[in-house]
Write a protein that binds this ligand. Structure first.
Ligand code: NAD
Length: 369
């Protein structure tokens, strides 16, 4: 395979650099053993960037992010920067990155590997083997809609307004991604809204139905968001891909995340629109934050970040074979009983972040032999 896959690594703060170090290890392994090479640049984001440049994402870094094939981010934030001005706080850098790259599709898989099924708050049989993908619209809807604001009335009362607004084009592009993802997975798509009480829901349902005509091999089902929340905790394995708006996606993806039992296992991807060559801007990151309580102690679980890298192989480079290799290696180390502190269980072996990364590479060696 060619060596022109350009990546930007933004390790960020706290455990970010530690978990990204394990991706570097897998990248070296891929270079040596699979002859898949990446051209990796690294830069600062979040608190680390504030310390060095006075802003959480400077223009030069943003420019690099706009011109690579994919960005991999660790995490941003920490108590050191809790009191900096709002517009330069660590999270502002991440939000700017998502906005400038126009990353409208947020992919959050919720998978429960059998080895970790007992960590879920649900019964083991309900979640063991769970593999769902929640696709959330990320750049529109009620978090961005105008008008918005709080009005202070003359009589001393106040009134708050948020606007849920979607155009047909915004709905169409996210729903299309949903059909495409379902096509690469179990061929089932749930489109989730509240068409019973919201106008945006009525339009969402109409557009999803229309777009569905272009994907006759995908089974489309419409579901109200409140029912979806119930079904996620009642029988989550009925779902393959769920596509929904910004607000419902925020809530439902966190709900689905908890089915898996651990933050340290959850990857994510955010994708932009496709250019003429079909290439999408893309940012991959673990769902967890910078975990300041364990930062610098080599205790972090690197598996969410490694799985985010596997998502990059799958969605940015269409390299399903190597993505599956990494996912299988992760399963195997867990089956061997290796655990970082966040997923530790009785009778298992506690390992460091570094040791977990080494173990994944050792498994890759065996799988590729
Ligand atoms: P967090 O995800 O950083 O940590 C929550 C708990 O989970 C902590 O006990 C932590 O030790 C543990 N944890 C998280 N990831 C882990 C991993 N990979 N391995 C082992 N344990 C892990 O959330 P928080 O404590 O609410 O936030 C800490 C900082 O991170 C804050 O500054 C917050 O703003 C920021 N944050 C950033 C992102 C991001 O960069 N996308 C997301 C969430 C929070």
């Amino acid at each position: 395979m060619s060596a022109n896959k350009k990546l930007l690594f933004l390790p960020g703060d706290g455990i970010g650099p530690e978990v990204m170090g394990q991706v570097r290890r897998v990248i070296d392994w891929m270079d040596n053993r699979r002859h898949v090479s990446f051209d990796v640049a690294e830069d600062l984001v979040g608190g680390a960037a504030i310390d060095a440049t006075g802003t959480s994402l400077d223009d030069a870094t943003l420019d690099k992010a706009m011109n690579v094939d994919a960005v991999l981010l660790g995490a941003v934030g920490g108590p050191k920067w809790d009191n900096v001005a709002r517009d330069i706080r660590p999270e502002a850098g991440l939000l700017k990155l998502r906005k400038e790259m126009d990353l409208f599709a947020n992919l959050r898989p919720a998978t429960v590997l059998p080895a970790l099924a007992e960590a879920s708050s649900l019964k083991e049989e309900l979640v063991s083997g769970l593999d769902i993908l929640i696709l959330r619209e990320l750049t529109s809807g009620v978090y961005f809609g105008e008008p918005r604001g709080i009005t202070e009335n003359a009589d001393g009362s106040a009134e708050a307004l948020d606007s849920q607004r979607y155009t047909s084009a915004e709905i169409e592009r996210i729903v299309r991604v949903g059909f495409e993802m379902a096509g690469k997975r179990g061929k089932r798509l749930h489109s989730v809204e509240k068409a019973n009480v919201m106008e945006t829901g009525v339009l969402w349902r109409r557009i999803a139905t229309e777009v569905g005509k272009d994907y006759p091999d995908i089974e489309l089902q419409h579901m109200y968001a409140d029912n979806c929340a119930m079904q996620l905790v009642r029988a989550p394995k009925q779902f393959d891909v769920i596509v929904t708006d910004n607000l419902f996606g925020d809530v439902l993806s966190d709900c689905a995340a908890m089915l898996t039992g651990s933050l340290g296992m959850l990857p994510s991807a955010s994708l932009g629109g496709a250019d003429e060559s079909g290439r999408r801007k893309a940012l991959y990151e673990p769902v967890h934050g910078s975990a300041p309580d364990i930062a610098g102690e080599d205790k972090a679980n690197p598996l969410a970040t490694l799985q985010s890298f596997a998502m990059m192989l799958r969605y940015s480079f269409d390299d399903i074979e190597n993505a599956e290799l990494i996912e299988q290696a992760v399963k195997n180390v867990l089956d061997q009983g290796l655990r970082t502190g966040d997923i530790m269980q009785d009778g298992k072996t506690l390992v460091s972040c570094t040791r977990m990364g080494e173990a994944v590479c050792a498994e890759l060696d065996k799988l590729a032999a």
